[in-house]
Design a protein around this ligand. Structure first.
Ligand code: XIL
Length: 334
């Protein structure tokens, strides 16, 4: 059985992030997507830096073809994302000011959300707004240009605009570094849940929490407490939960034996997902990529592998699209 079939049997969706270049060039990859998944999310092509080459132009080609592909194959699409402190175009810093920031934000969401209105399962309206290292008691990432220009209200503006533009899309707050039972992630988790409570109390339209779930295979597989805190918090606020960007960084695994490495990665998939999926709030599980052929952990600028001669194997399918142990662990967790 496929990931999507096993997920559907539990009333859930199985998905992955799609890299536009691979999608364009590789029919085998497109076939894998159609065969295995019920929901897709573009890895980069809905981000400001890709979508907005100049302040007045939009470049929708890649996003359009992914949305059309999903429609043809009866798959859903997540939108990622409207607001993030990263992936902003070069012109942004010199063009967007305190005075016009609100207009830029509202226009962006209106244009992009409007184009895909009715076709998006859920939008990551705001991505990664909590960052404890900026030192604020509420944990808000005050170094984000959006916060610098608009204050914490940028979040409310974004969600309210998104609801107006596409009332059927589930509006999601997406965050990372809140999964593990460590002190640091615990503090970030508390701040994230406090933000969601603050939003609900202010009647900001919010439907779901996205837990990115960028995990690492470094021996720690104790997810119980933190995951339960997230599930309890989401349930209390009536939110759905999506695992939005799962992968397992295996850079710290010392063994070079592929079978052994893949087993360690698969064990993290198993432990994490069996814990997370105990919560009936979880409606979708997406990995950040499908195949090790394309993972940001091997290409990303900031996250180059420690051992560049040894590519990472963080995803369910190998570079030739064969299912790995992580695939079976993910499938069996549904
Ligand atoms: C990453 C992409 O995978 C990379 O290709 C890109 O260079 C940087 O962004 N959290 C997120 C995603 O919300 O948007 C990021 O995607 C990975 C971390």
């Amino acid at each position: 059985g496929s990931l999507k079939a096993r997920a559907a049997a539990r009333g859930m969706l199985a998905g992955c992030a799609v890299n536009a270049e691979l999608f364009r060039q590789d029919e085998k990859f497109r076939n894998l997507l159609a065969e295995q998944y019920s929901i897709l999310v573009p890895e980069n092509c809905l981000k400001w830096n890709i979508l907005r080459p100049t302040p007045d132009t939009y470049s929708f080609t890649d996003a359009d073809s992914l949305v059309a592909f999903a429609e043809t194959h009866g798959m859903k699409v997540r939108g990622h994302n409207f607001v993030w402190h990263e992936a902003l175009p070069k012109w942004f810093a010199s063009t967007v000011t305190k005075e016009n920031a609100r207009k830029f934000l509202v226009d962006h969401i209106t244009t992009v959300g409007g184009r895909y209105k009715g076709k998006i399962h859920s939008w990551d309206v705001v991505n990664e707004a909590i960052w404890m290292k900026d030192g604020r008691a509420d944990g808000m990432r005050s170094s984000s240009p959006w916060f610098e220009m608009l204050g914490p209200e940028y979040i409310d503006i974004a969600f309210r605009t998104a609801r107006e533009v596409d009332p059927k899309a589930l509006l999601t707050y997406n965050e990372y570094g809140i999964e593990y039972d460590t002190e640091e992630e615990g503090r970030k988790r508390v701040a994230t849940l406090a933000l969601l409570r603050r939003m609900k109390a202010a009647n900001v339209p919010l439907d779901a929490l996205g837990i990115q779930s960028h995990l690492h295979a470094d021996g720690k597989t104790d997810f119980g407490k933190g995951i339960h805190e997230l599930m309890d918090g989401a349930r209390a606020l009536g939110l759905q939960v999506f695992v939005t960007e799962m992968d397992v960084n295996d850079d710290k695994v010392t063994s070079d034996d592929i079978a052994q490495r893949d087993q360690i990665v698969a064990d993290v998939y198993h432990d994490y997902l069996t814990t997370a999926l105990r919560g009936p709030e979880v409606k979708a599980v997406l990995t950040w990529g499908a195949s090790d052929r394309n993972t940001w952990l091997n290409h990303g600028t900031k996250f180059r592998p420690l051992h560049p001669d040894r590519l990472q194997r963080p995803l369910p399918f190998d570079v030739d699209y064969a299912p790995k142990k992580a695939f079976f662990a993910m499938r069996d967790s549904f």
